[in-house]
Design a protein around this ligand. Structure first.
Ligand SMILES: Nc1nc2c(ncn2[C@@H]2O[C@H](COP(=O)(O)OP(=O)(O)O)[C@@H](O)[C@H]2O)c(=O)[nH]1
Ligand SMILES: [Mg+2]
Ligand SMILES: [Zn+2]
Length: 308
């Protein structure tokens, strides 16, 4: 028996990376397939598994799944009650954002951060394409960086084009499992390719658009980094949405709002127009950024937000 980490899953076939850097094509032992009913996939990228390698050392059977530190989910489809595990055992969620080409909306950043908070996985923001920024864009980026770092989110500046900031990004990813997220076109694939030139992944995501249009489920893939650690690519995954939270729970996932909310007059204050709301006061006094408060309201009022 050996142990390994699942780096790819396609249908019912899994690629498992073992300790001696072998990649073994595996199937699941029948018993494991039936065990989990809530999720469409019992094994996901990032899972630590025990395997029974075949004699050829190229194929094997997954015999067990080790306890997960965490995992993130998405609905298998709009109609389905089942969820799909996107990835397991993630150390950090990295959001690649850009000020222009494309412009990443603040609300998109905040939805990502809320989801990260709900999963209790550390989140970091990487602002890419700084080589394209004129004064106004640089100012915008620095403003956002000051807002998010004050809350406690580490932010990095990056230009893959010029290579500036790459070392810091690599250092942040070293020896960790990072799930990379961000709108299409921000440079996720370009980053993976530059961190591991052996990958040679296709950029510009034409194939992903194609898949989305056809409603083909895409599974994320985990890439090992030459300096240690793994990066999980999430093609076709548009943010995570905000899943399964109570309406009066959303502000818990805005750390700076949650902190101030303890001074609201009513314990069940939603920070809308209740009297003596400490959160609204903090927004008026500039202690809570209005952009963040706006994102909070927007998530609260969004019909698509899935409540429990
Ligand atoms: N100017 C500039 N372009 C970049 C940078 N990083 C990526 N790009 C370009 O942005 C486009 C989209 O990149 P891609 O990696 O496919 O984005 P993805 O959709 O997030 O995977 C490609 O044409 C890249 O060459 C950067 O730092 N500066
Ligand atoms: Mg891509
Ligand atoms: Zn309040």
């Amino acid at each position: 028996m050996e142990t390994g980490i699942v780096i790819k899953s396609v249908g019912s076939r899994y690629k498992v990376l073992t300790g001696n850097d072998n990649i073994i094509d595996c199937v699941l032992r029948g018993r494991l397939r039936e065990k989990e009913v809530q999720t469409t996939n019992p094994v996901a990228v990032g899972d630590n598994v025990t395997i029974d390698p075949g004699d050829d050392n190229n194929t094997g059977i997954i015999t067990g799944i080790l306890k997960r530190k965490n995992y993130i989910l998405r609905k298998a489809s709009n109609l389905s009650k089942q969820s799909q595990i996107i990835a397991a055992n993630i150390d950090q969620l990295l959001l690649i954002a850009t000020i222009i080409l494309p412009a990443t909306p603040v609300e998109f950043i905040d939805r990502f951060l809320v989801t990260a908070e709900a999963y209790r996985i550390p989140a970091r923001i990487i602002f890419n394409k700084t080589d394209l920024y004129e004064e106004a864009e640089l100012e915008r980026m620095e403003y956002l960086i000051s807002v998010y770092s004050q809350i406690g989110y580490i932010c990095l500046r990056l230009s893959i084009e010029e290579g500036t900031g790459l070392e810091e990004v690599a250092l942040m990813m070293k020896d960790r499992v990072s799930l990379i997220s961000g709108n299409s076109g921000v440079g996720k694939t370009t980053l993976l390719n530059i961190l591991n030139p052996r990958l040679n992944l296709k950029t510009a995501e034409i194939s992903d658009y194609h898949k989305q249009g056809k409603h083909i489920t895409t599974f994320p893939e985990m890439h090992s980094l030459p300096f240690g650690g793994f990066a999980i690519d999430t093609p076709g995954l548009r943010g995570f949405g905000v899943v399964d939270m109570e309406r009066n729970e959303i502000y818990h996932f805005f750390p700076e709002i949650f902190k101030v909310s303890k001074d609201c007059r009513f314990y069940n204050c939603l920070h809308l127009d209740e009297p003596e709301c400490a959160v609204r006061q903090a927004v008026e006094q500039g202690a809570i950024d209005p952009l963040r408060y706006r994102s909070y309201l927007s998530i609260l009022n969004d019909e698509n937000t899935k409540y429990r």
